[in-house]
Each structure stands twice: as structure tokens, then as C-alpha cells.
Design a protein around this ligand. Sequence first.
Ligand code: SF4
Ligand code: F3S
Length: 166
Amino acid sequence: QVAIAVGACACYGGVQAAAPNPTGSMSISEALGIPTINIAGCPPNPYNIVGAVVHLLTKGMPELDEIGRPVVFFGETVHDTCERLPHFDAGEFATSFDSEEARNGWCLYELGCKGPYTYNNCAKVKFNRLRPGEQGVNWPVQAGHPCIGCSEPRFWDMMTPFYEPS
Ligand code: SF4
Ligand code: F3S
């Protein structure tokens, strides 16, 4: 038997677990005392949810990282696969959301992007796929918003303030 925890609430207690966690919110794993496959994210990517189920049915248990996330989906950082990475490497950072540089794909690190510290495959699979076999149409950083680290444990405490560089 195996349980799949879907999303930041099931995996890590959710934003209601933010310090001082007045309701004692916790993960499914902590609440039930069982191991879980964690499909982290707020929102979790639907391809990762379905992918975990298909992997279980066709290949068995996926390899997990040390916090229960399937390595096949969470093995690389957002930063490693980001299309704005060449600008990061060149030291080209957008300094405001409405700037020409931000629209032209410059790196959002100075606007608070947590992509270097966040493991997820958003840049590769994206969201809102229209047809089978196609990539999704967009993802936060492509749309011009910094990654807020939503697939990391307690990102509501660990990745804040969201709009300042770490
Ligand atoms: Fe890395 Fe974020 Fe810059 Fe992309 S926008 S290269 S994820 S810091
Ligand atoms: Fe979440 Fe960052 Fe992806 S905020 S949806 S892990 S780009």
C-alpha cells in the first residue's frame, strides 16, 4: 500500500501551517504516521500527479528524494531548466516587473525568484497543456512572475519575503 499526497497542504501542512501554526496543521504523513509519495506544489502540476499514478501502475514505486518527492519530476531545480537562465549567467537581471528587461526574458532573481532553491519541473512541462503530447502553454517565470518556491517544504516561512532576493 502507498499513499500519494497531492499539493503543499497534504505534503507539508499548507499555508495554514505557517508560523506560529495556530491550528497545528501538518502533513498527511505526520498526521497518519505513514510514508507518502509527495507531489509537492501549490498548485501541484497535474502531469506530476498523473505521472506518479502511471509510474506506480506500470513501473512500481518511483525513486524518491529525501522528502518523498519523485526524482523523475523533482530531480532538478526550477533554475536549472529556466529559459531565463542565460540572462542569469550573463548577470542580466530585471529590476521591475513592468520593465522592458522583464518582458524580454531577463532573469527575475532580483525580484525575488526562488528558482535556484526549488526543485520542480515547471519549466519543462509547464501548465495548461491543450493537446496530448504537447508541452503546457506557460509557467510562472515565463509569465513574468518569480518562482516563490511552492514545491519546497514550508515555503510560506522558508521562502519569504517572496519579492526580495534570498
Ligand atoms: Fe533562475 Fe529565477 Fe532567474 Fe529563472 S528567473 S534563471 S529560475 S533566478
Ligand atoms: Fe511553484 Fe515555482 Fe513552479 S512557484 S509552480 S515551483 S515556478
